[in-house]
Design a protein around this ligand. Structure first.
Ligand code: COA
Ligand code: AMP
Length: 639
């Protein structure tokens, strides 16, 4: 039996033994009394009785253990022409001081702190400072609009909001502070303070009595010590898109998270302490939480914080330049970034210039399915293992991967390889029976979930059970569909709900529909994700108008596009909408979004037997052709 098989079997047969051993890599203030508490099966808890501090494990322990002078964080920002380096000792000191500043503002264990910041070191410092105090951070991605930020402020009820005056997207300066002001104005909950990092590119207006600058917050602040926390105390809340307009507040604990991430760094990514690990993602997403901030630091690696794009900052060689300059051993990014690089540099001239393969051991891709063509290109160009691995905000670390730290499997393009230890993955049919190899179904994970996965939804245990645990009792529903092949390789084929992935950003078509439906001229609407060569998927809206709107369709479409941008944010990339006379529905009134999507993607579809008016599908086909989707004409009902 290979090493992977051994570990995988043990993790399912003896989870207490497996994770109890893994927990030894973490420094506990008090070791756990019990590894797994299953008293409430839907709310199993890991490492009961254990006490620790995640920030201590990410920073202080490495200083104590002799890594004080090793680099912990490299900030590389082509958009401001800056490179800054922080040793473990320096980062620990910065974090301790900022934690002291937060404590002086009244932040204590259990308080929430919302962070709305671009990719600057202060964002990482803020997260770790919260962890140091036992305050619960909630990072909101900068591409979300004020309305979305307000919804998160109202739900998390933070004592303090941390922000920067602006973000920078390639060459554009994007003011953040006006969005924060607008969000707080709109929110019912009013945070006591806003701490603003003034960046030279844009100066923010401050509200007297509420706002203070970073320097003001730090002035005279005493370094704060690490607060000892229960393993099950929350570390953070990260809101993610579900099927409705209300984001879900995924809650992550301290103990399970530290153990799982530390384990994954060694055995999935094969990363050793002292190496440079780079996740080209954003701290606003789970990848940024797990593999820019916590994972690499828990392992004693040097992590890279990159404020730039794969292309345009300044060119398609940007990633390779960073790998070369900082000696990156492991790179993690989204397939969409690779498609962008490939589009600008198909022959790999920039790769030959910077020679990233001299440094890289492996490339990991996640966030969306990696199309085999892109995977193949990356493999050929780099000549290193390219690993497509699958996970979600909810799980916090990979569910399926090629665990190069344990055993490297031959790569099958299109597959995320094997289930990771702790994840008993099942592919289920409608009735909940296991599908045979090769047959697609809903992907579920048998409870208990391993350490590091979500504990619940913030303030919503019932919503957590409803969204994830009721469809297949005893299982967690991932929301993805796929299949195992005869060799046990898992392929993820896409979401089976109304979540879409646009350029690696997870979004809800339901949220977009709610916004469109709020327009006074819209009678009903549907938004579907349509295949896109660069972004993987893009949303397209179909609207049925009320009678006598008095405006042209073109005017209305422009208004709808602006409305989604204003309410959800630019990250939604909602640029296409079209007016139709009716939406295709079943006789019971369910909109046939899946069939619409197949038409858009040029995929064969079967005509649902319960369809109300089959001609409505022809109208969708016509509308999509007019929007310029070339593949539409090919799609036809399956015979
Ligand atoms: N703050 C404010 N606005 C932001 C933002 C941020 N942090 N990130 C994106 N936006 C805005 C952009 O300015 C853009 O607005 P625009 O419509 O006014 O131009 C919009 O959101 C869409 O941005 P983006 O999705 O980045 O598209 P792009 O066309 O600029 O770049 C890619 C395309 C593929 C290069 C880019 O999306 C990318 O690098 N994706 C990788 C994503 C990723 O790492 N995901 C994490 C999972 S691993
Ligand atoms: P997020 O929660 O933002 O990380 O998005 C998670 C979702 O992205 C998953 O549920 C999948 O739909 C998709 N996803 C992530 N990684 C992969 C992958 N390697 N293959 C297929 N889909 C993926």
């Amino acid at each position: 039996m290979g090493r992977y098989q051994e570990e995988f079997r043990r993790s399912l047969q003896d989870p207490e033994g497996f994770w109890g051993d893994a927990a030894r890599a973490i420094r506990w203030d008090q070791p756990p009394r019990r590894v797994l508490d299953r008293t409430r099966p839907n709310f199993a808890r890991w490492f009961e009785g254990g006490r620790l501090n995640t920030c201590f494990n990410a920073l202080d322990r490495h200083v104590e253990e002799g890594r004080g002078e090793q680099l912990a964080l490299i900030y590389d920002s082509p958009v401001t022409s800056t490179v800054l380096r922080f040793t473990y000792a320096a980062l620990r000191d910065e974090v301790a001081r900022f934690a002291g500043a937060l404590a002086r503002l009244g932040v204590v264990k259990g308080d929430r702190v919302v962070i709305y910041m671009p990719m600057v070191p202060e964002a990482v410092i803020s997260m770790l400072a919260c962890a140091r105090l036992g305050a619960v951070h909630s990072v909101v991605f900068g591409g979300f609009a004020a309305h979305e930020l307000a919804a998160r402020i109202d739900h998390a009820r933070p004592r303090v909001v941390l922000c920067a005056s602006c973000g920078i997207d390639a060459v554009r300066v994007l003011p953040y502070k006006p969005l924060v002001d607008k969000a707080i104005e709109a929110a019912r909950h009013k945070p006591e303070h806003v701490v603003v990092l003034q960046r030279p590119e844009a100066k923010a207006e401050l509200t007297a009595g509420r706002d203070l600058t970073w320097e003001q917050a730090l002035e005279g602040a005493e370094p704060a010590a690490c607060v000892s926390l229960e393993a099950s105390d929350p570390l953070y809340i990260l809101y993610t898109s579900g099927t409705t307009g209300h984001p879900k507040g995924v809650v992550r604990d301290n103990g399970g998270h530290a153990v799982a991430l530390r384990w994954s760094m060694e055995f999935i990514y094969g990363a050793s302490a002292g190496e440079t690990f780079w996740s080209a993602s954003d701290i606003g997403w789970v990848v940024g939480h797990s593999y820019i901030v916590y994972g690499p630091l828990l392992r004693g690696c040097t992590t890279v914080l990159y404020e730039g794009k794969p292309v345009g900052t300044p060119d398609a060689g940007a990633f390779w330049r960073v790998v070369r300059d900082h000696g990156v051993r492991t790179l993690f990014t989204a397939p969409t970034a690779f498609r962008a690089i490939r589009r600008e540099d198909p022959a790999g001239a920039q790769l030959r210039l910077h020679r990233p393969a001299d440094h890289l051991r492996a490339l990991f891709l996640a966030g969306e399915r990696c199309d085999p063509d892109t995977l193949q290109w990356a493999r050929e160009q780099l000549g290193i293992p390219v690993v497509d691995h699958w996970w979600q905000t909810e799980t916090g670390w990979p569910v399926a991967a090629n665990p190069i730290g344990l055993e490297t499997f031959p790569i099958k393009p299109g597959s995320a390889t094997m289930p990771m230890p702790g994840y008993d993955i099942r592919v289920l049919d409608e009735g909940g029976s296991d599908q045979p190899a090769g047959e697609s179904g809903a992907i579920a994970i048998r409870l208990p979930l391993p350490p590091g996965c979500l504990q619940t939804l913030y303030l919503d245990d019932a919503g957590y059970e409803r969204a994830y645990l009721t469809r297949y009792p005893g299982h967690y529903l991932t929301g993805d569909g796929g299949f195992f092949d005869s060799e046990g390789y898992l392929s993820i084929m896409g979401r089976i709900d109304d979540v879409i992935n646009v350029a690696g950003h997870r979004l809800s078509t339901g949220a977009m529909e709610e916004i469109l439906a709020s327009h006074r001229d819209v009678a009903e609407c549907a938004v579907v994700g349509v295949a896109d060569a660069l972004k993987g998927e893009v949303p397209v809206g179909f609207v049925v108008l009320k009678q006598g709107t008095g405006r042209t369709e073109a005017e209305l479409v422009l208004e709808l596009v602006a409305l989604v941008r204003e309410r959800l944010g630019p990250v939604a990339f909602f640029k296409s909408a079209t007016v139709v006379k009716r939406l295709p529905k079943t006789r019971s009134g369910k909109i046939l979004r899946g069939t619409m999507r197949k038409i858009a993607d040029g995929v064969q579809y079967s005509l649902p037997p319960t369809i109300e008016e089959p001609a409505a599908l022809d109208e969708i086909r016509e509308a999509l052709s007019q929007l310029g989707y070339p593949q539409v004409a090919k799609g036809a009902p399956a015979t």
